[in-house]
Design a protein around this ligand. Structure first.
Ligand SMILES: Nc1ncnc2c1ncn2[C@@H]1O[C@H](COP(=O)(O)OP(=O)(O)OP(=O)(O)O)[C@@H](O)[C@H]1O
Length: 254
């Protein structure tokens, strides 16, 4: 389980996350909405452990361990992984090498790559000249190799064409154990109980909701997390009234 309590974070001298409380239980996936610059990426980067995001208050617990000041590599080993919005290009490191590094064990690289239609990229340098959609598939391949328990997705649909969006959406559903249909042998309830993977997905468009069964939606507005409810309801509210009106219920309550 991921538990964030009263988290406050500073970046470049500015407080960008204010008193964040968030709980993602085993098997749950949440989506995060919010206007540009509201702090969504910062929240994911803080959970992943990037040191420039300075925690000035509160704490982050993962699997019962206080990871608030734990280095990134240790968080990754504990089971946290992230798909970045704009990951760096790494010259001299091929996709097949980074897949091996992410996996930290023997994995069938070609088979994994086939799942995201990425076999022909295996010998190219990481993200070198990749299109927006190719970067997303590269990120998914690395997560498939790492197979973490908590996955953070920063705008996985952005830059992906309409044909590939199904591939991206279905792969995320698979990673988060959200793709399984009930069968005669396994009821829906039993399937839900058996899920262990946790996810937090940033989306502006909500396309991902067509592929991944999401448990909860949240809105981050000016560094404050609010409106924890049905994600489609949030999307409708933002579409009709805008972010400011959508979060007003929470602002008024405070
Ligand atoms: N290195 C930095 N120095 C100063 N300010 C920064 C730095 N990086 C990010 N910020 C600022 O922090 C704020 C939050 O940025 P963040 O990327 O978390 O927003 P976001 O909600 O993910 O936005 P978007 O939807 O546009 O991706 C923004 O105002 C941004 O300009």
């Amino acid at each position: 389980m991921l538990l964030i309590e009263d988290l406050q974070v500073e970046l470049a001298g500015q407080v960008i996350l204010k008193h964040i409380d968030l709980e993602i239980k085993w098997g749950e996936t949440h989506v995060l909405f919010g206007p540009n610059g509201s702090g969504k990426t910062s929240l994911l980067m803080t959970i992943m452990g990037y040191p420039q995001y300075k925690v000035i208050g509160g704490r982050i617990l993962f699997k019962g361990v206080d990871i608030t000041y734990m280095p990134i590599n240790e968080r990754a080993r504990l089971g946290i992984g992230m798909s970045y919005q704009r990951p760096p290009t790494i010259h001299g490191l091929r996709i097949r090498d980074i897949v091996g590094i992410c996996a930290r064990r023997e994995v069938p690289v070609e088979d994994l790559a086939r799942r995201v239609d990425f076999e022909e990229f295996l010998d190219r340098d990481v993200n070198a000249g990749f299109s927006g959609g190719e970067i997303k598939r590269s990120e998914l391949l690395q997560l498939l190799a790492q197979n973490p328990d908590l996955m953070l997705f920063d705008e996985p649909e952005s830059g992906v064409d309409l044909e590939n969006i199904a591939l991206v959406g279905n792969t995320i559903a698979e990673l988060l154990q959200k793709e399984l249909e009930p069968t005669l042998l396994k009821s829906r309830l039993r399937m839900m109980r058996e899920r262990t993977k946790m996810g937090l997905i940033i989306t502006h468009t909500g396309y991902i909701l067509d592929y991944v069964e999401v448990d909860k939606g949240q809105v981050l507005y000016d560094g404050v997390l609010s409106c924890s409810t049905n994600p489609r309801e949030i999307l409708r509210c933002i579409g009709e009234m805008g972010y400011e009106e959508c979060v007003r219920c929470t602002i008024d309550r405070n």
